[in-house]
Design a protein around this ligand. Structure first.
Ligand code: SF4
Length: 310
């Protein structure tokens, strides 16, 4: 039986078990073959640009909310050059209510760089992807893997949770991705590229559909027989408390309301139109200042505001 490579800093499983890569890859990939959701960015027709758009949108927004915006986005901007040809404010407008709208600006900047530096084609190389503005380690790995079938560890929250439970034997991964998690994910990568790419997508889907954060459905999990956490009796999380995200009353909520006014407007809007969306003046001003500082709102000389024209 093969022995999984030692991973420095990895927390030991609660019980000695069989080498995880053998029982993990095959069952998870088989399960993916019959249970994967038919999502538009997984279709061949999506192409690398469709994959990249989806990865930007899915980073902090659930699939159900991304789907309609994604479809409209690709219909309007089927190629990076189409998006690059428009002002960044149009990207912010089309972002709608996906949240964290700086992603729209970053996607616009990436599209511009692709159009200028790569002849309008999303690069297939991880380093070239990473060099694009707004593209971090996760997105570069995801696009290289999902769009081009390359071999990369793609560590999103779903994959991290699956590995934490199935291999490390703990209920939740650390708050932020650690070097030990990256080493573990790399050590678990199948050797050949197509299988590695399939594993990346399959393990992510398992975390999204079965090994969910609050209620893992171990009875329908293809690796329950070898899952370190389950075999240890599903011990309760003993790390730092996990905080849920609050939204109501936060600056994020105010920013969302201010941006909604600007997205709906075809002309620059006066301050009063923005003041009407939130009663508390200090928080409202702070939120507007933040939007301006982030480049999401452009103040004009005559006291008007609009989405950025680039
Ligand atoms: Fe997650 Fe349960 Fe499957 Fe383990 S057995 S990987 S905890 S769903």
């Amino acid at each position: 039986m093969a022995v999984r490579p030692a991973v420095a800093g990895e927390r030991a499983p609660h019980r000695p078990g069989p080498a995880p890569e053998a029982p993990l890859h095959g069952p998870v990939i088989d399960w993916f073959g019959t249970h994967a959701r038919d999502l538009p960015w997984r279709r061949r027709s999506a192409g690398p640009w469709g994959v990249m758009v989806s990865e930007f949108m899915l980073q902090q927004t659930p699939v159900s909310r991304v789907l309609p915006v994604y479809e409209q986005w690709l219909a309007r901007w089927p190629r990076p050059a189409d998006l690059a040809a428009e002002p960044p404010g149009e990207a912010v407008r089309a972002w709608g209510r996906l949240g964290y709208p700086r992603r729209a600006l970053r996607l616009h900047a990436a599209a511009t760089a692709i159009a200028e530096r790569h002849g309008g084609t999303v690069p297939d190389d991880h380093d070239a992807l990473l060099a694009l503005p707004g593209v971090g380690e996760y997105t570069a790995a995801a696009v290289a893997s999902f769009a081009y079938g390359r071999r990369h560890a793609v560590l999103d929250t779903n994959v991290r949770r699956v590995l934490a439970r199935a291999v490390t034997g703990v209920e939740y991964p650390p708050t932020a991705t650690t070097a030990a998690e990256r080493r573990l994910a790399r050590a678990l990568l199948p050797e050949d590229e197509p299988t590695a790419a399939r594993w990346a997508a399959a393990s992510m889907e398992l975390g999204a559909l079965v090994c969910t954060a609050r209620k893992p459905e171990c009875h329908r999990c293809p690796i329950s027989a070898s899952c370190a956490w389950r075999l240890a009796g599903s011990p309760a999380h003993d790390g730092p408390p996990r905080r849920g995200q609050t939204y109501a009353g936060t600056d994020r909520q105010v920013r969302g309301k201010l941006l909604a006014v600007l997205r709906a407007a075809t002309e620059p809007v006066p301050q009063e139109a923005l003041d009407a969306v939130w009663d508390e003046p200090v928080q409202r001003a702070r939120a507007l200042d933040g939007l301006v500082a982030d480049g999401l709102v452009e103040p004009l000389a005559d006291g008007l505001y609009r989405l950025p024209h680039g």
